[in-house]
Design a protein around this ligand. Structure first.
Ligand SMILES: *[C@@H]1O[C@H](CO)[C@@H](O)[C@H](O)[C@H]1NC(C)=O
Ligand SMILES: *[C@@H]1O[C@H](CO)[C@@H](O)[C@H](O)[C@H]1NC(C)=O
Length: 412
């Protein structure tokens, strides 16, 4: 006995024409919105997959984007449509603002380990398919928090490049200078994975790494790798393509610097002269003393060349790194396949310290010099002992110049 509802009524008799049209219109609007939503979800999905689903169709704007490094062009560097490019710029603006706020919050430590967060907010190569202007504009209008969740994740990668040595060669300086580059992400501390913690496994090692986005290089530095017998095979087992950087410095001044560092921690150790010799009157050098042993570069290099081709190693002069940091950084950026972004504009020389410092980085408030421990003054060493050491190292140095095809100028 229920009254006949509108659904049960005959359309022709019960409903006026305008109402029918309105219903159809509502129905169409609903399905349009639904399909837009489905499309939006599909695009999101396509972005998390690394396959070149959408990339085949686009003009590859990303590769020519001046903001990106040369490394752009990986499997996920796909086509970017104009709307997406615009959106990316908006995002980058937001990120810069956020970064600046973060830096203002931590003025004392502009580039410590916690600056990871700064780059975690960089956007990955954004992928939107054809018709992206419709679905895309709704993304652009979403609040920034949602965007961060959807787009700004990044992931931890095993390092593609490692500074493997040498101790007291200038590895810290090189890493700090390199970190100025937006496409370089590096661990602040020395992981010592391939010498001390190898049994913890690669997953543990990867967990130490900062998050990176496509086109960014993950790096670490542990100077003791260069003199660790097992390190070449272990790094090669991780990836045969790992790029290796060695900062080398005159082995005699390196040894003295090494000793000076130890002395500052343990003032009671014997003199440099007495540690240098096994038998001083016979002039017999104690090559088992690590301060001496590390400087026999040619011997260590032999082990590396059994696992890596020479072209995969870059030898940075520790002396030139101080005299002409921009010049050496140019070589390093080329070697890593990075755009030359770090130039002499980034440095100034502190005459008191005798050391180059970084000018304030973009958005940062303060200039950045290395800590107090860098550039210590060395104790006076008996000139006769220094000469004996020069004679000792000369043949090894010449061999090293030969092997690397580079004259580092330590022997006149
Ligand atoms: C040191 O060398 C000298 C000269 O060669 C030798 O007479 C002396 O026995 C050596 N001393 C030690 C402790 O080996
Ligand atoms: C240069 O280094 C000295 C000694 O470390 C430091 O006191 C000074 O502030 C530095 N000057 C500049 C301009 O960085």
């Amino acid at each position: 006995m229920a009254p006949p509802g509108p659904a049960g009524a005959h359309p022709n008799s019960a409903e006026p024409l305008s109402r029918r049209i309105f219903r159809k219109f509502l129905l169409m609007l609903c399905s349009l919105l639904t399909s837009l939503y489905v499309f939006y979800c599909l695009v999101e999905r396509g972005q998390t997959l690394s396959g070149p689903i959408v990339g085949l169709s686009g003009g590859g704007e990303e590769a020519g984007d001046p903001d990106r490094g040369v490394l752009a062009g990986g499997p996920r560097e796909l086509a970017v449509w104009p709307a997406a490019t615009h959106r990316k710029r908006l995002l980058q603006l937001q990120q810069r603002r956020r970064r600046r706020q973060q830096q203002q919050r931590r003025p004392a430590a502009p580039r410590d380990d916690s600056d990871q967060t700064v780059w975690e907010e960089e956007t990955p190569g954004l992928v939107v398919g054809p018709g992206g202007s419709g679905a895309g504009s709704s993304v652009a209008e979403a609040p920034p928090g949602t965007l961060a969740l959807l787009l700004d994740e990044g992931s931890k990668q095993l390092p593609q490049a490692i500074i493997i040595g040498v101790k007291k060669g200038g590895t810290r300086a090189l890493l700090e200078f390199l970190r100025v580059h937006p496409d370089v992400r590096a661990v602040g501390a020395e992981p010592h994975f391939f010498d001390r913690s190898y049994d913890k496994g690669l997953a543990w090692y990867r967990e130490l790494m900062p998050r990176t986005l496509d086109g960014q290089i993950t790096m670490e530095k542990t100077p003791s790798y260069f003199v660790t017998r097992e390190a070449p095979a272990r790094i090669s087992a991780m990836s045969k393509d790992t790029k290796l950087i060695v900062v080398v410095r005159d082995p005699v001044t390196r040894a003295i610097s090494d000793y000076t560092q130890t002395l500052s921690k343990r003032p009671d150790i014997p003199s440099f002269e007495s540690l240098t010799f096994r038998n001083r009157s016979a002039g017999l050098i104690d090559t088992s003393w690590s301060a001496i042993q590390i400087g026999i570069y040619a011997k260590h290099l032999e082990h590396w060349l059994r696992h890596f081709p020479l072209g995969q190693m870059l030898f940075v002069s520790g002396e030139r790194l101080i005299r002409d940091p921009a010049g050496e950084l140019g070589r390093v950026q080329d070697f890593l396949g990075l755009k030359r972004i770090i130039t002499d504009k980034h440095f100034y020389f502190n005459k008191t310290k005798g050391f180059p410092c970084l000018k304030k980085a973009e958005g940062s408030s303060k200039p950045h010099c290395l800590g107090k421990t860098k550039g210590r003054t060395h104790p006076d060493i008996d000139p006769g002992v220094v000469q004996r050491l020069r004679d000792f190292y000369r043949p090894f140095n010449l061999k090293f110049y030969q092997m690397t095809g580079q004259d580092f100028g330590w022997d006149g």
